[in-house]
Design a protein around this ligand. Structure first.
Ligand code: SF4
Length: 325
């Protein structure tokens, strides 16, 4: 394993802790993570991680109709993922798939807190939603980063903030052992039929495990949501998803769930082009077309059929970034 470490976080306690998991790793000092991360790299054949200092754009406004509220932001503490979903838009967004971990959590929390305070001062009447998992599966990395240990106490100090952590992680051990669960955090599990998890979501939890994790989290008093996404346009999708929705719907009562969203594949034009250059053989990418807003999506007829199906089993479900209803 190679671990690149930016010089300015060389002595950071979180760097030391992270490296302790990999005592045999080849440690390589670097000036700036972008010198590695922003280059096209052939697959080195072994894991390669980067430890860095976040000082650029830490937060970003989320797109319209992304989620719960009218004010919503992404924030980043890691880039890239422990898992390898074939359709993951990060393949298009980044030049290589080396995970980057920003270890200066205090600075990141300071940026979030200041932004939240400004929005609250300006009279925001609705909670401001913060999404931690747009650039990585944060829960997936928690066993190495102890992210929850630092961020959960911080969230508890932010009264007008709500946070979504979206995941496909097999292990939720850290979530179940935290000393105090923030009431403003929702853990949102992405679900797909097992046959599609096997085909497209390498390294992630099985459907059975995801459902079991949701139930354990609910029992521990977490707010838990489902993300029926991305719904994939595979041959026979109607039958596959019908069976899946019926199965998931019988596993949960609507009042147990904090929220349920659904949506299909969605890429900007630039990301879509880069994805195809990298993963040409991912069949579902070739079943998309460019919509009037310039985004690449499943055909409208597919989206409408899937929406009908979802709404039959989950009438309270909300749609993510699509105007069909
Ligand atoms: S779990 Fe999410 S972030 Fe990770 S590879 Fe899959 S889609 Fe991408």
């Amino acid at each position: 394993m190679n671990v690149y470490i930016e010089e300015r976080v060389w002595d950071h306690p979180r760097t030391t802790r992270l490296c302790s998991f990999f005592p045999k790793a080849n440690i390589i000092p670097i000036k700036h993570y972008k010198n590695i991360f922003d280059t096209y790299q052939p697959n080195p054949g072994h894991p390669t991680w980067i430890i860095a200092y976040a000082d650029g754009e830490i937060i970003q406004e989320a797109p319209t109709w992304y989620g719960h509220s009218s004010q919503w932001f992404f924030f980043k503490t890691s880039l890239n993922c422990l898992y390898d979903c074939a359709y993951c838009y990060l393949k298009g967004a980044f030049r290589n798939d080396f995970p980057v971990h920003f270890v200066n959590y205090d600075d990141i929390q300071d940026v979030i807190s200041k932004k939240n305070a400004v929005l609250t001062e300006h009279g925001s009447q609705t909670p401001i939603w913060w999404y931690a998992s747009d650039w990585s599966d944060t829960i997936g990395f928690d066993q190495f980063l102890w992210w929850t240990e630092s961020f959960f106490p911080f969230f508890q100090t932010q009264e007008t903030m709500m946070v979504e952590l979206r995941t496909k992680a097999p292990s939720i051990q850290h979530l179940l052992t935290v000393s105090s669960i923030p009431c403003n955090v929702e853990i949102a599990y992405s679900l797909n039929p097992q046959v599609l998890i096997d085909r497209y979501e390498k390294g992630t939890a099985s459907l059975h495990q995801r459902i079991s994790n949701c139930k354990q989290l609910m029992n521990a008093w977490y707010k838990v949501g489902l993300r029926l996404m991305p719904l994939l346009p595979v041959p026979g999708y109607e039958e596959i998803y019908k069976e899946f929705m019926a199965y998931v719907a019988q596993e949960f009562s609507w009042y147990e769930l904090f929220s349920v969203f659904f949506g299909g594949l969605l890429y900007t034009h630039e990301d879509y082009k880069r994805m195809l250059r990298k993963v040409w053989d991912v069949d579902v990418l070739h079943r998309l077309s460019r919509d009037a807003d310039g985004m690449w999506r499943e055909d409208r007829v597919v989206r409408e059929r899937l929406a009908d199906l979802v709404q039959h089993y989950f009438p309270y479900c909300q749609i993510c970034m699509d105007e069909i209803d």
